[in-house]
Design a protein around this ligand. Structure first.
Ligand SMILES: CC(C)(COP(=O)(O)OP(=O)(O)OC[C@H]1O[C@@H](n2cnc3c(N)ncnc32)[C@H](O)[C@@H]1OP(=O)(O)O)[C@@H](O)C(=O)NCCC(=O)NCCS
Length: 175
């Protein structure tokens, strides 16, 4: 049989990924969360750090799940005084770049007051995360010197007006 043409190598399209659901994170999720955490960060949170944040009434902790409640990502937001802090967000490496972190952040933002200022720290080298936060309107408001264990500075980002959280603009430098 002779070569019948280019269509011989056309692959079947990949099936759609299972629908994504959001639900509250529970202590029973921690083994899976810790496994994703260790694959996502050079200095991962310990189980105790998750337990501490999740035990607070002023914390929103969400799991992104697929199919039969398989956890593939999580986000933790905590309120301190007038500002919400995005404390942690991570997506299992094999599920990245499919809108999962965006769905989680969106879900958390829907659960807090619309005008509430939200802040976070991020490594300036973490271009993926900075780009992600930019899509939600977070802007850089300067740096926190030597914030990370390796001495790297943290970029401070805010969504909304930091002054509403009692943080005067003049205290934020290096924009
Ligand atoms: C950062 C992280 C949470 C993003 O999760 P994700 O589910 O892949 O993000 P999304 O698919 O929702 O991305 C939304 C947007 O963010 C930006 N973005 C996300 N990953 C990116 C990448 N690797 N490179 C460039 N832009 C990226 C893009 O603008 C993207 O939109 P697009 O895909 O339409 O271009 C994920 O890479 C991760 O878990 N990283 C390790 C942990 C981490 O760094 N957490 C943040 C700590 S501050």
């Amino acid at each position: 049989m002779h070569n019948s043409g280019l269509n011989e190598t056309v692959e079947r399209p990949a099936p759609d990924p299972p629908a994504l659901g959001l639900r509250q994170l529970t202590y029973a999720d921690l083994p899976v969360v810790i496994s994703i955490e260790r694959r996502s960060f050079t200095t991962p949170w310990s189980p105790g750090m998750f337990v501490l944040e999740m035990s607070k009434s002023s914390t929103i902790s969400l799991a992104a799940v697929q199919g039969d409640d398989r956890l593939i990502a999580y986000a933790v937001f905590s309120r301190y005084d007038a500002a919400w802090h995005m404390m942690n967000v991570a997506v299992a490496p094999e599920h990245r770049r499919r809108g999962v972190a965006s769905a989680l952040i969106n879900g958390a933002l829907e659960r807090i007051e619309p005008d509430a200022p939200v802040t976070l720290e991020v490594r300036p080298s973490n271009k993926s995360a900075i780009s992600l936060y930019g899509t939600f309107g977070f802007r850089s408001f300067g740096y926190r010197k030597g914030y990370y264990a390796n001495g790297e500075d943290a970029m401070i980002m805010w969504r909304g007006d930091p002054a509403l959280a009692g943080v005067p603009a003049e205290s934020l430098s290096g924009n």
